[in-house]
Design a protein around this ligand. Structure first.
Ligand code: ZN
Length: 141
C-alpha cells in the first residue's frame, strides 16, 4: 500500500477533509430531527495555558446538515469536539416531554487532539469547551 501521493497532507488536513466528507453525508436536520424547529449550539472555549479562542455560536435550521463535530479552534491542533451524543440526549429529552418548551443541555468537553503533532515537542492540546445546546421544538400550530 502506497500513501505517497500527497506527501504534504498533514494529519490535521486529512481529518479536516474527512470531516467535510462526513458533513456532506449527514442527513438534513429536517429528516434527522423533524421535531426540531431550530437547534442552537454555543461553544465557549477555555485555554488552560493562555488566551481562550473566541466563542462560537451555530444555529441549525431544518435544511442544515445534522452534523455536530466541530474542529478545535487551535490551528496547530488536529482535535475536534463531537457533540453528537449531547444532541441526541437533548432531542430525546425534548421529545419525551409533551410540552413544547425549549430544552437546554450543557456539557464540558476537553480537546483530545495534540498540538504540533509533527514536531518533537508535541503536547496535548490545552483547549476545553463548555457547550450549551438549546432546542426549539416545532410549534404545533
Ligand atoms: Zn485542540
Amino acid at each position: 500500500m502506497k500513501l505517497q501521493s500527497r506527501k504534504s497532507a498533514s494529519v490535521s488536513e486529512l481529518k479536516r477533509n474527512q470531516r467535510h466528507t462526513d458533513r456532506d453525508r449527514a442527513p438534513p436536520m429536517r429528516s434527522a430531527f423533524p421535531q426540531l424547529e431550530q437547534l442552537r449550539i454555543e461553544l465557549d472555549f477555555a485555554d488552560r495555558t493562555g488566551r481562550a479562542p473566541s466563542p462560537q455560536m451555530h444555529i441549525l435550521f431544518p435544511p442544515a446538515r445534522a452534523f455536530f463535530r466541530f474542529a478545535c479552534p487551535c490551528s496547530e491542533c488536529d482535535g475536534e469536539f463531537d457533540l453528537s451524543l449531547a444532541v441526541s440526549a437533548l432531542v430525546n429529552s425534548a421529545t419525551s416531554s409533551k410540552r413544547s418548551s425549549n430544552r437546554t443541555v450543557s456539557d464540558n468537553l476537553v480537546c483530545e487532539g495534540v498540538r504540533l503533532r509533527n514536531q518533537a515537542n508535541s503536547r496535548p492540546c490545552p483547549i476545553a469547551v463548555k457547550i450549551r445546546l438549546d432546542a426549539s421544538p416545532e410549534k404545533s400550530a
